[in-house]
Every structure is written in structure tokens, then in C-alpha cells.
Design a binder for this molecule. Structure first.
Ligand SMILES: *Cc1c(COP(=O)(O)O)cnc(C)c1O
Length: 389
């Protein structure tokens, strides 16, 4: 494909988002990527050559999306999967075996914690959980650890950890650092530039960007990604060609969407912080956020995820969420529409109220995934819902 001539790595991120991996400008050929909705491809009767088969992940829709994402993330290689969880599972399985230990951040996506808790122990892989925002985590990252897995920023407190320090400790111990960069996307953060070995994404969120597809990706060096691809073929995690096509189309607008998500995030966060019914706002773009200085240094944008703690507690949160009209109540995030959820009913439902409170997610905590609507309309909706409380 003529990708590199259209969008060399040196091109800006927005340019790469539109063009990298795209088809060559051949007269008569389609400008938009066709959907190769086929399970298999004609083969050489006498054998030889690469076998193309959609489950192998080498459908043209897969390959184009992989080139696009690799160009955005600054990675040598990429494997796309049918979900974020498939990406995380394949990344972890690619570098661990029976007897190995994983060090995981306590603040991880619930599905990732479930995988570490319920599935990996059956394969003889144990996990130690640490708080990477504290001081005592380095003791846990020692020889025998094969992988360290973290998220930047975290859900729903949007903590931004010192990723270079974690990478250095992981490498000293002989472990790989895996970063789930779903919240930041390559538009705002590229973990490979800070020492990460593998980056994973739920493409269901910002990469797809329209709440209409599930997918995932693993990125890193050609060697690391080859080990992931080998598992992905055997576990059958390749996305359907149409899903890959939808994500590829979504990536074209990633840079402009992330700009608007961030602008809305900052506007709504600042408005909420001044409101008397709001006890606390968690947004890395606010000077009051504990990691504001680090976020400014590491991130190219603060994003559209926002935590708002209502002074009225759980009851107020329920009434508030019910009264919202423009903002929709749904789990998931990263789409063009503003979504709202209460972590006590979704991501943190498994914890007792006291446990949630101890990690900073009191009842009354409402999580927003701000969409790309007009900030004034989102704020007006929040204002009328707070009045209804
Ligand atoms: C949603 C999400 C996942 C899981 O992705 P799926 O596409 O739902 O499998 C993993 N990590 C983070 C941070 C997420 O938000």
C-alpha cells in the first residue's frame, strides 16, 4: 500500500490519523477502504505463499487498521482484536507462563482484574496488586515478575502515574511493562515513548469513537507483537472485517474528536468545581488534581473523562443521574455522545461502600465520558439536573 508516501511517520498525528495505511491513489481505485467481508481468499493450488484467512488477522481490513494504529502510536507493529479484553488477554499470555508473577495496578478495568483474579491463576500465573500512586510499589517489582500492567490515566480518578519510573523498575526486574492506554489514546499519550513494552487499547472506546463497535489492539516492537499475534491466531481473537473497517473509519477523526473531548472536559470540570452542590471534581486538567503537574508533562490533552463527587452522597447521585436529559446513562465511554455512570453500580459494584470510600470513590461519585456536543448544552443539562436534586 502507498501508505508511507501519503503519511510518513514524520507527518503530524492528525495527518497520520487520516492517511496512514490508506490505499494508494491509483486511478479508478476506491478512495475509501472497501470492506473485505470474506472469511477466506483464493489460494495457490500447489500451496506456497501466505495463507490468508480472516481468523488469522490478515484480512486487508485488519492490516490497514494495524498500519494506521502503529503509525499513531509510534509502534513497529500492531495486532487488532475483537475486543479490548481480547487484546489484554493476548498481551498477558504472550509474555507469561506457569510459575510467573504479574504485578498489577489496583486501579485497573474490572474485566482486567477479573482475568487476573479468575483465569490466570488456573494457568499457574499469580498476580500481586499494588498502588502505583503510593511510594511502596517498587518492592513488589522484583525478579520473578514477568509483566507489570497499569492504566494511564486510571478509572475513575484519572490518576497519572510516573510511567518512566515503573518501566525502569520493570526492566530491572526482567519484566515487561504493559500499559492500557484506552483513556488517553495515542492522540494524548504514547506509552512506548516512556519505556512501555506493549500498549493495549479497547478500540471500543475513543479509537472507534461512535459507540457502535467493539475491538482492541496490542502494539509494540515487531518481536513482541509477533508473540501476541501467534496467540491471537490460536485463540481466534481477530475482529470481523466490518468491525475493523468501522474502527479504521473512526481513527480518521480521532485527533479532532480528542481535541473537543478535552475542551469539553476542561469546561465542564471548571464549571462543576465552582458549584456548591459539588464536593470534589477529578480531572487532570484542574490544578486541584493530585497529578496535574505530571499530567501536564506527560499528556498532550486531558481528555473527556471526568469524575464528579456530589455533596449530597448516593441519594443525590441517583436523583441527579435520573434528571439528566442530554447526558445518557450507560456504561462504556469514548463516544461522541456524553455518557454518565455511577461507579458504585458499574466498575466498582463488587466493592463494599467502605472499600470504595477508602480508594476515593465515595457514594455520590458520578463518572462522565464527555462527548463532542456543545459544552454549553452539557453544562445546562448538568445545571438543571443539579436543581432537580
Ligand atoms: C472498556 C475497557 C476495556 C475493555 O474493553 P472491551 O472492548 O470492552 O473488551 C479495557 N480497559 C479499559 C481501560 C476500558 O475502558
Amino acid at each position: 500500500m502507498g501508505a508511507e508516501s501519503l503519511a510518513p511517520r514524520a507527518a503530524g498525528l492528525s495527518t497520520r490519523a487520516v492517511h496512514a495505511g490508506g490505499p494508494a491513489p491509483v486511478v479508478g481505485a476506491p478512495l475509501a477502504t472497501p470492506i473485505f467481508q470474506t472469511s477466506t481468499f483464493f489460494n495457490e493450488p500447489a500451496g506456497g505463499g501466505e495463507i490468508l484467512y480472516t481468523r488469522y488477522g490478515n484480512n486487508p481490513n485488519h492490516l490497514l487498521l494495524e498500519q494506521r494504529l502503529a503509525a499513531l502510536e509510534g509502534a513497529e507493529a500492531c495486532v487488532v482484536t475483537g475486543s479490548g479484553m481480547a487484546a489484554i488477554a493476548m498481551a498477558l499470555l504472550s509474555c507469561t507462563a506457569a510459575g510467573d508473577r504479574v504485578v498489577a495496578a489496583r486501579a485497573l478495568y474490572g474485566g482486567t482484574l477479573g482475568l487476573l483474579h479468575a483465569e490466570l491463576p488456573r494457568l499457574g500465573i499469580e498476580t500481586v496488586y499494588v498502588d502505583f500512586t503510593g511510594d511502596d510499589w517498587p518492592a513488589a517489582v522484583r525478579p520473578g515478575v514477568r509483566a507489570v500492567i497499569v492504566e494511564v490515566p486510571t478509572n475513575p480518578l484519572l490518576r497519572v502515574i510516573d510511567i518512566a519510573a515503573v518501566a525502569e523498575a520493570a526492566h530491572r526486574a526482567g519484566a515487561l511493562l504493559i500499559v492500557d492506554s484506552t483513556f488517553a489514546t495515542p492522540a494524548h499519550f504514547r506509552p512506548l515513548e516512556h519505556g512501555a513494552d506493549l500498549v493495549v487499547h479497547s478500540a471500543t472506546k475513543y479509537l472507534g469513537g461512535h459507540s457502535d463497535v467493539t475491538g482492541g489492539a496490542v502494539l509494540g516492537s515487531a518481536e513482541r507483537v509477533a508473540a501476541v499475534r501467534q496467540r491471537a491466531r490460536l485463540f481466534g481473537t481477530a475482529p470481523d472485517p466490518f468491525a475493523a473497517w468501522l474502527i479504521e473509519r473512526g481513527t480518521k477523526t480521532l485527533a479532532v474528536r480528542m481535541e473537543r473531548h478535552s475542551r469539553n472536559g476542561q469546561a465542564v470540570a471548571e464549571w462543576c468545581e465552582r458549584h456548591p452542590q459539588v464536593k470534589r471534581v477529578h480531572y487532570p486538567g484542574l490544578a486541584s488534581h493530585p497529578d496535574h503537574a505530571r499530567a501536564r508533562r506527560l499528556l498532550d490533552g486531558f481528555g473527556g473523562m471526568l469524575g464528579v463527587e456530589l455533596a449530597g452522597g448516593g441519594e443525590a447521585a441517583t436523583r441527579f443521574v435520573r434528571a439528566l436529559r442530554l447526558c445518557r446513562v450507560a456504561p462504556s465511554l469514548g463516544g461522541v455522545e456524553t455518557l454518565v455512570s455511577e461507579p458504585r453500580h458499574t466498575s466498582h459494584a463488587a466493592l463494599a461502600p467502605a472499600e470504595r470510600e477508602a480508594i476515593g470513590i465515595a457514594d455520590g461519585f458520578v463518572r462522565f465520558s464527555l462527548g463532542i456536543e456543545d459544552a454549553d448544552d452539557i453544562i445546562a443539562d448538568i445545571e438543571q439536573a443539579l436543581q432537580a436534586v
